[in-house]
Design a protein around this ligand. Sequence first.
Ligand SMILES: [Zn+2]
Length: 64
Amino acid sequence: MTTKRELSETNALRLSSGLPLLVAKKRACLKCGVKFESDGCHHRLCASCTKDNQAVEAAFITGG
Ligand SMILES: [Zn+2]
């Protein structure tokens, strides 16, 4: 089980460890192409497409 940490919280830890801060990069959504602030390379879909994906997955799992 992984919990996504807030970027600011991650950066506070990185700062105290002497690591460079992470910067949210603008990225084009892979699904709809809209520009959004990406948390990192794992983050490829905008908020609305992420929500869509979760709805599709839920429907698939429940068969509805
Ligand atoms: Zn999108």
